[in-house]
Design a protein around this ligand. Sequence first.
Ligand code: HEC
Length: 169
Amino acid sequence: MVPATLRGLVPRAFVALGVALVAVACSSAAPPTVAPRTSINALMVTMVDNAGHVLWDAEKPELAPKDDADWLEIQDHAIQIAAASTLIQLGGTGQADMGWIRQVGWSTHATAMGDAALAALTAAQAKNLDALVKANGALVDTCQNCHNAFKPALPTEGIVHQRPHSESH
Ligand code: HEC
């Protein structure tokens, strides 16, 4: 039995608790659900592959970075691949995409690609071609490892590379 002097306080305590809970719920709201707008096939071709070739082309004597603008271009494309490594873990609109992201190994391969891209970014920020070549080698390994595990013989959305790589930049 609650003593008479406390009876008025009990409901007030519940109101205070309720206000506090609402405040906590609002401050820790779940992040919005994000729906993919493109297929993984499209991202591979237009973002990952295009940007990858800008990085690998830096190893060709005629396309080697020679000034700040060239190094900046490599930084931009390294960031695109790092961003793509996150996007491809969200899935895509392609028929197989939501199945791939649920499979064991997908996130590991995607994260490895992002790690290699960030190493290329660090190399480009330091304008260090040797470090870029090393990161580029790690990057191509991540493409091959994931393709060996997941890529079908024919692209599921029929999207393939459409122009010579060195014209992409
Ligand atoms: C996490 C896994 C994963 C990683 C990492 C990955 N890919 Fe892919 N890639 C795929 C899958 C799966 C497909 C097939 C998509 C489809 O057919 O819908 C694909 C398709 C492609 C395609 C188009 C299809 C074709 O047959 O030509 C290209 C180009 C491509 N990837 C390039 C790359 C490059 C370059 C890298 C590394 C910089 C890379 N990918 C890294 C999973 C990956």
